[in-house]
Ligand binder design. Sequence first.
Ligand SMILES: [Zn+2]
Ligand SMILES: [Zn+2]
Length: 168
Amino acid sequence: MGKRFYCDFCDRSFADTGVNRKNHFKGVQHQRMRKQHYDSFRDAATILNEESMKIPCKRFLQDPASCDYGDSCKFSHLTPERRHQLEQQVLKDKLDKDKSKQTEMTEPSLEEWLEKRRQKRLKIEPNNDSPIMNYELPPFLVNVPNLPPSLLPPTIEELKNKPTCEWG
Ligand SMILES: [Zn+2]
Ligand SMILES: [Zn+2]
């Protein structure tokens, strides 16, 4: 068996001769597969743009089989369905792009995030340096003897050693 040429676009192989290759590359089938392959790498907007610059192929639109030029036709072979498909794809691409842009904008940098977290913690956690309130008996209680303990103001010592309790 001689050497075989494998065409990636068409996913088929044939005896590797110059004539075979030339014929294969010229073939409508190969050109279509090749175009499809490259189209899949171009975005829908580009294709749509290119196709709408072309004049629609009258022959193709009447009967797709009647235009012998296939995808190498200089007129547009874009069917309404394909156009619709492309337009949907353009919208989707745009949404995806906007979405990734948004997350880029709202995503804080690590430094910003740490700073925000630090400030939040400052707010929540009691500051140990804050002055301890000095509780005093209201004037009308000062001269009342034998006040019950619940009415006595806490001493500084008591405040300092107060058990931390979490309200939950
Ligand atoms: Zn091929
Ligand atoms: Zn045509």
